[in-house]
Ligand binder design. Structure first.
Ligand code: IFM
Length: 444
């Protein structure tokens, strides 16, 4: 199995960055060496995680990081996207936990030794629990705590880093975590979601200021996830409902960063659901970024709903991955073209894309044909966007290896490497082998 591209494709050039991605809570374990975070607390509550699991061991990356760097290197990729665990590097009193910071210093040194570029995400959802106890992302002060944390990380990691993303998917933190409660900290209420989102975006802007000043030689930006909405039919009501859904779920995060304002939808929300925007906030949030990280997995289909304005519809008889997400690569191209037209980001990196498949290991092989097919079609979708002038400079497979898939526990596998959670043995899947062949076979 191998991936194919049109011969002239820019994605076959060595200048195009290929990488693999992970996040701290999903792979590290080693929780006895760090302060508690909101996901530890969320996992401890019965019913929150489908298989009742937690991040205590995960992929045991905290102990197996050297072996994992060898694995990444064996895939031949140019880059590795990882996240820093805030509660591992900062103690509850705000000072640096040197032991925790050294973990990342050593990891990054080893990656440098292997000539692998490091894309660091500062926040991939593991908020220190003591900050949640003071209101978490509903508390404006958390944004300033994040700025201090960012400054400590930049100082410690120095020139080991190629690119920094402030946040990963603030939509998930704000909407899933504070509005519908399926992610940590599990709060529910429309009065929460937009307020949490505003403080997350403020945190991003404040950290960008630090990054621009203290780390001018890295690429500094943010990672947003997009699930583009499409109308169920072309009726005016459904088209309008879809536009509303797109503003609420997608542009809500991108527009403030690039245009310095929220989508017009904000005016129609009840006052109690609107964030408190202080003078100067939007200028902080719209600090120029060097790149936009785009995470894409699927699309959503909407129809009008009298009460809510829009409602998601599950189409019957469409191809889906094993997490239930529709496979619809055209939406990837459409999204990238749309983002480029709207915001002209200086550069785009696809920071996540991949498929959850219920893999089985047979005679030491994982023949994940459906994942290979997913990757092939989505890589082509990116190529189509590049051909339409979108400045995509790199692509990261989600994920390097199977890991803790949040509320789904360990039941959903996104890796291009299989993890046997009993033995912690890693085995490269067919998709991983195909990815390696693509990366290593590029024109020199
Ligand atoms: O596993 C997650 C990741 O942490 C954030 N983006 C989506 C992935 C798949 O759900």
């Amino acid at each position: 199995m191998a991936f194919t591209f049109p011969k002239h494709s820019k994605m076959l050039s060595p200048a195009f960055t290929y990488g693999v991605a992970t996040a701290s809570f999903q792979i590290e374990g080693g929780i006895e060496h760090r302060a508690p975070c909101i996901w530890d607390t969320f996992c401890a509550k019965e019913g929150n995680i489908i298989d009742g699991s937690n991040g205590a061991i995960a992929c045991d990356h905290f102990n197996r990081w050297q072996e994992d760097v060898e694995l990444i290197s064996s895939l031949g990729v140019d880059a590795y996207r990882l996240s820093i665990s805030w509660p591992r590097v900062i103690k509850d009193d705000g000072t640096v936990n040197q032991e925790g910071m050294n973990f990342y210093v050593r990891l990054l040194d080893k990656l440098k030794e292997k000539s692998i570029k490091v894309f660091v995400t500062l926040y991939h959802w593991d908020l220190p629990q003591h900050l949640e106890n003071k209101g978490g992302w509903l508390n404006r002060d958390t944004a300033f705590k994040f700025q201090e944390y960012a400054a400590h990380v930049v100082k410690a990691l120095g020139d080991r880093v190629y690119a920094y993303a402030t946040l990963n998917e603030p939509f998930c933190s704000a909407y899933l975590g504070y509005e519908i409660g399926v992610h940590a900290p599990g709060l529910v209420g429309k009065e929460n979601g937009r307020k949490a989102a505003h403080h997350l975006l403020l945190a991003h802007g404040l950290a960008m200021k630090v990054l621009a000043k203290e780390s001018p030689n890295t690429l500094n930006g943010i990672v947003l996830n997009f699930t583009p909405g499409y109308p169920l039919t072309d009726s005016d009501e459904n088209i309008k409902a879809t536009a509303m859904a797109n503003e609420y779920h997608n542009y809500w995060y991108a527009k403030p960063i690039f245009d310095g304002e929220y989508p017009a939808l904000i005016e129609t929300l009840p006052k109690a659901h609107q964030p408190d925007i202080f003078d100067g906030d939007m200028a902080i949030i719209s600090h120029p970024v060097d790149f936009l990280g785009v995470n894409f997995y699927t699309r959503a289909v909407y129809e009008a709903d009298e009460q809510e304005g829009f409602k998601e519809v599950q189409l019957p008889n469409v191809e889906r991955t094993d997490i239930g997400w529709e496979v619809y690569p055209q939406a990837f191209t459409d999204l990238l073209v749309d983002l480029n037209e709207r915001y002209q980001p200086p550069a785009i990196f696809i920071t996540e894309n991949g498929a959850s498949i219920d893999d089985e290991i047979e005679d030491g092989n994982i023949n994940d044909e459906r994942r290979v097919s997913y990757y092939q079609r989505h890589l082509n979708a990116v190529n189509d966007a590049i051909e339409q002038g979108v400045p995509v400079q790199g692509y990261f497979a989600w994920s390097l290896m199977d890991n803790f898939e949040w509320a789904e526990g360990y039941l959903k596998r996104f890796g291009i490497v299989y993890v046997d959670y009993k033995t912690q043995q890693r085995t490269i899947k067919q998709s991983g082998l195909a990815y390696r062949q693509l990366v290593m076979g590029r024109h020199k």
